[in-house]
Write a protein of this length. Structure first.
Length: 184
């Protein structure tokens, strides 16, 4: 009988407590620094193929991301590389936190990555709309650009703006090494 590729949070909590699996977080380093499940190993999705040798093929693997989309992509990549016992945390860290389970958090240094994305998109749409109404109708292309980006991100789980912002100096995750247990 083949197991489901999705793993509920309660199952992961039990397996993690028993030390029976390895948890691979495929989010970006800045997202991981903001909050992560204790004991997870960070291997961003974009580095997964290159760094798959760091994963033990003899232990069950649970991949996770923010909400599950990148985790599913990671599951597919690992299976294509010959990893057989791979599951995706259903709902990602959002589901983990919604279940009231603890996460490790870095001290707040600025706005969380997703809040930065929302702020830039909101300002871009607002600015483009005002300029289109007051200066030149061609400025309507700016909100259209952001709308296309949101559509792409929503349909694929890939957000170029988030990836770009994660690489910015103010989001350098290496600055946030102290973590404390918290539950938000």
């Amino acid at each position: 009988m083949k197991t489901s590729p999705c793993m509920p949070t309660a199952d992961l909590q039990r397996l993690a407590a028993e030390g029976c699996c390895q948890i691979i977080d495929v989010r970006e380093p800045v997202e991981f620094a903001e909050e992560h499940i204790s004991g997870t190993k960070l291997i961003p999705l974009g580095e997964l193929q290159r760094r798959s040798s760091e994963i033990d093929k003899t232990k069950p693997i649970v991949v996770m991301c923010r909400a599950g989309t990148r985790g599913q992509q990671a599951l597919n990549k690992l299976q294509a590389q010959g990893f057989s016992d791979v599951r995706n945390l259903e709902g990602g860290i959002l589901a983990w936190k919604a279940a009231g389970l603890p996460v490790e958090c870095a001290p707040r240094r600025g706005l969380p990555l997703m809040q930065q994305v929302q702020l830039i998109i909101g300002l871009g749409v607002l600015t483009g709309s005002i300029l289109a109404l007051t200066v030149n109708p061609l400025f309507a292309l700016l909100p259209a650009f952001f709308g296309a980006g949101l559509t792409l991100a929503g349909s694929t789980g890939w957000c170029g703006l988030a990836i770009l912002l994660a690489k910015m100096p103010w989001n350098n995750a290496s600055c946030a090494t102290n973590t404390t247990s918290c539950c938000r």
